[in-house]
Design a protein around this ligand. Sequence first.
Ligand code: ADP
Ligand code: MG
Length: 420
Amino acid sequence: MAEAPVEPGLAPLLAAACRAHGAAFGGAAVVLAAWAPGRVNLIGEHTDYNGGFVLPMALQLGTVLVGSPTQDGTISILTTSAEADEPHRVQFPAPRQGSPLSPGQPRWANYIKGVIQHYRGGPVPGFNAVIASDIPLGGGLSSSAALEVATYTFLQQLCPDDGDLVAKALACQKAEHTFASMPCGIMDQFISVMGKEGHALLIDCRSLDTVLVPLTDASLAVLITNSNVRHTLTGSEYPTRRRQCEEAAATLGKGSLRDATMAELEVARSRLGEEVYRRARHVVGEIARTAQAAKALQDRDYRTFGRLMVESHNSLSSACRGVLRKASQASVPGGAGMRQPITDDYEVSCPELDELVAAALEVNGVYGSRMTGGGFGGCTVTLLEAGAAERAQHYIQEKYSGTATFYLTKPASGAKVLPL
Ligand code: ADP
Ligand code: MG
């Protein structure tokens, strides 16, 4: 059954999408609407594709897809996002037996085509649709998974599938692999489908078991800071890291790095080679940190959680040690633990993210801060006392060499059908 929307930005987003639908499709009425959230990962970075743990929460920011069925077997889609590559409107025939969809231009439409192609309740008939989103595109808050999951949720109303949620997330992941050429893990699609209001979600990416972790303490806030930079390395480095992890697991004779221990890594160090060893050391350490962090959050031990966030950042960090060294020497009232050794094992951060983390850790009331998402730009996530949130935003902006955008968000629900 449809739920009432509670996310503050959702009603205006839905209204804008409905208006655009009327204008684009000759006044046709919207009869179907779906929404899916973006996400922020609190800890557990680059662990999902290694069968490890992740601890994301769904955002109040999300993507709406509204539409109406057509009788002529064509699919027409318009995005209202100015950041999407041109053209913003596409039309193609609904897939039929023997003539499947394939990826092409514009790139943004590939996420939708992929979901249509891998939809489990098909064949998908013709429809018109408009997409509107308040997630920054390419900002590390998973606008791509939100688009896929919103599309899937829309299709579930157009031609229902069996309603299996895990299969839904997996189909959306497959769409991103095959139509957007991004070999992503399962985290983004999973949390966009399964998120629960007031909770982070510990996901075991090997078994796909989940544990809801309450995050409703009114004295606590989660601050997302967008660096507003994205280095072009993202596209090439992600598959490289993935390959290095697979190589490490194979050398150790394991199915994935989830099954490896630090002791085994040490023994195999020379066989792995130094770079692959360091990549694997990040993954094995991060999987352990994420399990500990979920426990700390459950126990409301925010200092421990914050310390683990900083360890995570250091392990993911770029070679920009200068900024972090400076922060490590500053007094950190939140006890954020910058005195940890800096390991730089995974090298997926960038100077901008390191700057934002270092600035956040200088603010009184901050428990911890780290880069979040794949890296090379995008966002940081900071856990802090709610009373420090405003001060932190001013301080971080003042210290940051670029222009930051801030989001203070509560854990939201996963994808849903919207009442019209
Ligand atoms: P992230 O998922 O972190 O936002 P990605 O690079 O994985 O970054 O996905 C961003 C891409 O997803 C965009 O460049 C665009 O192609 C597509 N996309 C996401 N949301 C929308 C939208 N509302 N309209 C059009 N394209 C979108
Ligand atoms: Mg993405």
